[in-house]
Write a protein that binds this ligand. Structure first.
Ligand code: ZN
Length: 129
């Protein structure tokens, strides 16, 4: 029983490090935007994360306090908006959610589609005090 526990712990740590690196980059970008606009305090940072993105919202939230520590964003609240993984069917032109429909068009059962949204990871809004 000892081995799986260690394995699980290491796995979680690797995923969190991936998120932490990306969140640190975002914090740097927000700090430079704030400096350009002479903002001294930011109330809320709003991020958009697609359902199909490699970024996992709960890990982003978990590593956020470490990423903002000692920065201009130390007191800034984090808000995450999830964007749906939507696709357009190439056969019947209907838009549908890929995850809910397991990548198959619910209208005509076609597996040919074009991705509309869901891979995003971006800054949506910086709300100043
Ligand atoms: Zn279809």
């Amino acid at each position: 029983m000892k081995f799986p526990r260690v394995f699980k712990f290491r796995n979680v740590e690797v995923i969190t490090l991936h998120e932490l690196g990306v969140v640190i980059e975002i914090v740097k970008k927000v700090e430079s935007i704030a400096k350009q606009n002479r903002l001294t305090k930011i109330d809320t940072l709003v991020l958009q994360i697609g359902e199909l993105s490699s970024m996992i919202p709960r890990y982003v939230k978990a590593c956020y306090p470490a990423a903002v520590d000692g920065t201009l964003l130390e007191e800034t609240k984090l808000k995450i908006e999830i964007l749906p993984g939507n696709a357009m069917c190439k056969n019947c032109n209907k838009a549908f959610n890929i995850i809910e429909n397991k990548s198959i068009c619910p209208n005509c059962k076609s597996e040919g589609w074009t991705l509309l949204s869901g891979k995003e990871f971006m800054i949506k809004e910086i709300i100043a005090c």
